[in-house]
Every structure is written in C-alpha cells, then in structure tokens.
Design a protein around this ligand. Structure first.
Ligand SMILES: Nc1ncnc2c1ncn2[C@@H]1O[C@H](COP(=O)(O)OP(=O)(O)OP(=O)(O)O)[C@@H](O)[C@H]1O
Length: 259
C-alpha cells in the first residue's frame, strides 16, 4: 500500500503493563500511519484489549510512551484523547437501550462537544447534533432505523450503531475491539463491507478474531503473543510467517480442522 511509510499518526514505544505477576503488555512498540487499517491479532490473553485500553487511557501503562498526532498522550485522561480525535467503538453494553438510535448518537456527539449528560434533553433539540447524528447513522447504513429504540434493533444493527456512536465524535483514529463478535455470516459480511467504506475516511486499528475479515481488510497486521509483538507486516507476509503460523494461525487451523 505504501512505497515509504508516512509519519505515524500513532506511535507506541516500549509499552509495559503488568497485572500482578502477569505482563499483559511486554515492551511493546508499534506504529499506525495515517490512512491505514492496522489489525492486531493474537491468541486469547495475548494482550490485545489491554493494549487498546492503554491507547484510550482507560488503563495506564507501567512504563513506555504513547504518541498520537505528534503529541505525547501517555498521561492524558481518556476524554482529552477523545478531543484530540481518538475514538474507541463503544461496546453494545454501553448503548442506552431505551433510547432511539439517533438519540444514542446525538448524546455521544454532545458528550464529545464537552456538555454534560444531564443536559441530554438538548441533544434531542439541537439541530447540529441531530444532523451530525443522522449523517453518522447514514454512514453505517442505519439511516432508515434512526428512530428505532435500541432494544428493538438486531444484534448486527447494534454493532453498526456502536460504530455510528464512535464516528459522531469525528475521530482521526478509530479503535475497534472485535466488531464481528457474535455476528452471523450475513451480518459479518455487512460489517466487512461497512469497514471497507469507513477505512477510506478514517484510520482504523482493528482487534479481531475473525481471520477472514482481518485478511480481507488489513493493510498491515501486528501479531501479539504474551504481550509481545512477534510480527508486523502486510497480510501476505503474515500468512507465511513461520513464528505466526506456529503461535497462532497454525493453531487456529488445527482447532478448525479438529474442533
Ligand atoms: N484488569 C485485569 N486484572 C488482571 N489481569 C488482567 C486484567 N486485564 C487483563 N488481564 C490479563 O492480561 C492478559 C491479557 O488480557 P487481554 O484481555 O488484554 O487479552 P486479549 O488478547 O484481549 O484476549 P481475548 O482475545 O481473549 O480478548 C491476560 O492474561 C488477562 O488475564
């Protein structure tokens, strides 16, 4: 995809995070360049979610640095990173089930603009919030479902709504933690098609166990095992990488064949 890599949008250097005796992030360094879809894969417990949580500021590292858009954000709280343009797709569990799809997106946009949730009534009235919320819903294909209450949306639609909520903050970098989890074949295909569109507009870091989706979408793939980066390369090279095959892809293949 790139002849020579542009300056990174995100740069992680020597990141370490321990939980008791476990080193969940073990001297990890990586870069994400503008415009790429960078996937992070690895076996269960490899430290993928812990890494994403450190990028957003929900978990603080023991040591190392995180630079985003040219700034050292290692010690910044989550809301300040969000203002700089770093967004994590909200989990379904954080959607407000009794509110409509558009209310959920408008509230997220409002919170990002720095208003308190106690003024949620305004999110229903303020035109610019409604308009940007509607635009975000259109982008994920939920335009016609804007007024449906979340609890009435299908699982796949709720996943799409999570994306719209993240997009409403107009991020420079979108962090997605397992967007395909729990989706059926048709819903997964829809999500892949949607991410193919979104990647044209926003840089994406994708944590995903669905290897078909990862290899269809990623420009580059970083492979984690026990909190360490064992490889970072384009999909074709990752597929052929001996240590990756041994540590992860080979093992998955064996599970699929015999499981
Ligand atoms: N809050 C925590 N307290 C204690 N240990 C934790 C905590 N969060 C993560 N861990 C441990 O850190 C390691 C990495 O976990 P993490 O959830 O980041 O892995 P993962 O690659 O996202 O796994 P999965 O693919 O199963 O989601 C695991 O050994 C996990 O048990």
């Amino acid at each position: 995809m790139f002849d020579s890599l542009p300056d990174p949008l995100l740069r992680v250097d020597n990141l370490v995070r321990r939980f008791g005796g476990i080193t969940a992030t073990d001297n990890l360094s990586m870069e994400v360049v503008p415009g790429e879809l960078h996937a992070i894969i690895g076996p269960n417990g490899a430290g993928k979610t812990t890494l994403i949580s450190q990028l957003t500021g929900q978990v603080m590292p023991n040591s190392g640095t995180i630079r985003f858009a040219g700034r050292d954000v290692t010690n910044l709280p989550s809301y300040k990173r969000s203002r700089l343009g770093l967004a994590r797709s909200f989990q379904i569990t954080s959607l407000l089930k009794d509110f409509s799809a558009i209310d959920n997106v408008a509230l997220a946009a409002q919170a990002h603009d720095g208003h308190s949730f106690r003024f949620w009534g305004n999110a229903r009235k303020e035109r610019h919030l409604r308009e940007s919320a509607r635009a975000a819903l259109e982008r994920v294909g939920l335009g016609a479902r804007a007024d449906i209450v979340v609890s009435q949306l299908s699982h796949g639609e709720q996943r799409e709504l999570e994306l719209a909520v993240a997009l409403a903050t107009r991020p420079q970098l979108l962090l997605l933690d397992e967007p395909m989890a729990g989706l059926g074949v048709t819903e997964s295909a829809r999500m892949v098609a949607l991410l193919k569109e979104l990647r044209k507009e926003v840089t994406i870091v994708l944590v995903e166990h669905d290897m078909e989706a990862v290899f269809a979408l990623a420009d580059r793939i970083t492979v984690l095992v026990y909190g360490r980066v064992i490889a970072c390369d384009v999909p074709d090279a990752i597929r052929k990488h001996d240590e990756v095959k041994r540590a992860y892809l080979g093992e998955q293949h064996a599970v699929t064949r015999h499981g």
